[in-house]
Design a protein around this ligand. Sequence first.
Ligand code: C5P
Length: 243
Amino acid sequence: MARRKQIYEGKAKVLFEGPEPGTLVQYFKDDATAFNNKKHGTITGKGVLNNRISEYLMTRLTEIGVPNHFVRRLNMREQLVRQVEIIPIEVVIRNVAAGSISTKFAIPEGTQLPRSIVEYYYKNDELNDPMVSEEHVTAFGWASVQELDEILSLSLRINDYLSGLFLGVQLRLVDFKLEFGRIYNENGDVQIILADEISPDNCRLWDVTTGEKLDKDRFRRDLGGVAEAYQEVARRLGILPEG
Ligand code: C5P
């Protein structure tokens, strides 16, 4: 089989040209990085698990009418997705204080936030993904006011839905990161859709009872049992054979 043309290589994924125009193949690697690439590692089997977990969550979101780039899973490590024009913003939604918000504002990890907090970061490795305001996003033309409204409302819907879904399997959705892109319909209309992946690489997931971390913080903080934690998330979602 002819080698597919590589479009982009990220830290945890590679994008290849897809079989039809307007599609891409998203390949999930086992590589893990943290702290803007300063920490590197490999989590054996992570790519396979994230491919399945993201497939599962994107499919559930499609069912509730959240437009997203997922088309279908192709094999263990690859899924077919729609090609989007990526919006260079990372949207972080927080329900519980952890990570950078705890450090920045000296809020103990685990503090329930009075309401969900949405933050925007400019996707730029050289600048260390700086936090930006809505004003920055619109003034610098990364998204229009209407697009940002849509991104915010989709993000809050996704948060409500996923918080409930994870709670149903005894997991607390502490925070997570989303990325969005534009697609252009035949008539020239622009639509904002969810892109990238949703997995323990970009969510914080804590066991409801014990508070055990079942996400990438196990890698970031050298807690051990990283692959086992990702497997446990997949198992609870019912997408791993019971073993
Ligand atoms: O590090 P911080 O606390 O700001 O991360 C908030 C959430 O966003 C975490 O769930 C983390 O996994 C995710 N995140 C991400 N990619 C980044 C930054 C944060 O997936 N570049």
